[in-house]
Design a protein around this ligand. Structure first.
Ligand code: AMP
Length: 291
């Protein structure tokens, strides 16, 4: 595995690679890697000729300075993990490399309501930061495919919209959420959970699963939402939102009709750690527990 911290040598290397018509798979991450990230890399390595993973804790997508400061950074652990799953290049730039002072003004994209609801509503500016860093990385890397996790479902939709707006010839591959045996979605933030909050956290997935069954059985989304918030509260967790939405537009559903493809998304505080998770109703692939 090659490690690049600077853009210029990476550009040179990728130019030579592209001349050989090698398909490049790109997996953007913020590090503190776990099995969820590794699954994306394995998928990229099997679908593409060449796999590039980035580790960059992007300051512009953090609306909360404390969250940015506390975000786990474990490069010494991440690097051998990446090498073991077939990563060809690790790109690990510093903030000044990604955002030099002479960079042209970043574009303001229009994602309609996609970036206004849920994460967009509770983390103002978050998706503008995500779009900014993904656009910057696309310009540098020009991948053929980009691999992202369903765990961040709204992010997948926003990046898909970004690719459309840029007319970027890049295919986005969404990979299923990887979970612990008890259902908790793997997240870099899980290491910050206090032991008592870690015990409560599987209720998030259990509540999503139950909500999915209730929805399929014809219960009204608003009733399910109320029930879920209460259930999470009784488990000692605080739901910031629990939304049943159209899986393409993310508009809140008042009822599930045959035409609707639904996604159930939630953000929950377990102590001082904010966790997100979701389930898509029409998913083809079931969520996979960690082996
Ligand atoms: P992050 O490092 O949190 O920015 O995540 C980098 C990529 O890994 C994103 O595309 C996430 O959606 C994906 N990811 C994070 N956790 C999981 C998980 N538990 N299962 C699948 N993908 C994940």
């Amino acid at each position: 595995m090659l490690l690049f911290k600077k853009i210029d040598p990476l550009l040179n290397y990728l130019t030579a690679l592209r001349a050989q018509h090698r398909a490049i798979g790109f997996v953007p991450t913020m590090g503190a890697l776990h099995e969820g990230h590794l699954k994306l890399i394995r998928q990229a390595a099997s679908d593409c000729d060449f796999t590039l993973c980035s580790i960059f804790v992007n300051p512009t997508q953090f609306n909360d300075a404390k969250d940015l400061e506390k975000y786990p950074r474990t490069p010494a652990k991440d690097i051998p993990m990446l090498a073991s799953v077939g990563t060809d290049i690790l790109f690990m730039p510093g903030v000044n490399e990604v955002y030099p002072t002479n960079l042209p003004e970043s574009t303001n994209f229009n994602f309609g309501s996609l970036d206004k609801v849920m994460e967009g509503a509770f983390r103002p500016g978050h998706f503008a930061g995500v779009a900014q860093v993904i656009k910057r990385f696309l310009d540098i890397i020009q991948p053929d495919r980009i691999f992202m996790g369903q765990k961040d479902y709204q992010q997948v939709l926003v990046v898909k919209a970004l690719l459309r707006q840029l007319h970027a010839p890049v295919q986005l591959v969404m990979c299923p959420t990887v979970r612990e045996a008890d259902g908790l979605a793997l997240s870099s933030r899980n290491v910050r959970l206090q032991p008592e909050d870690r015990k409560k956290a599987p209720v998030i997935y259990q509540t999503l699963e139950k909500a999915k069954i209730l929805l399929k059985n014809g219960h009204a989304p608003s009733d399910i939402q109320q029930w879920a918030v209460q259930t999470l509260h009784e488990a000692g967790l605080r739901a910031e939102y629990f939304q049943i939405a159209d899986s393409e537009t993310l508009q809140v559903l008042t009822r599930l009709s045959d035409a609707n493809k639904a996604v159930i998304c939630t953000a929950v505080w377990a102590g001082d750690v904010r966790l997100i998770d979701n389930l898509v109703l029409d998913e083809n692939e079931p969520d996979t527990p960690v082996e």
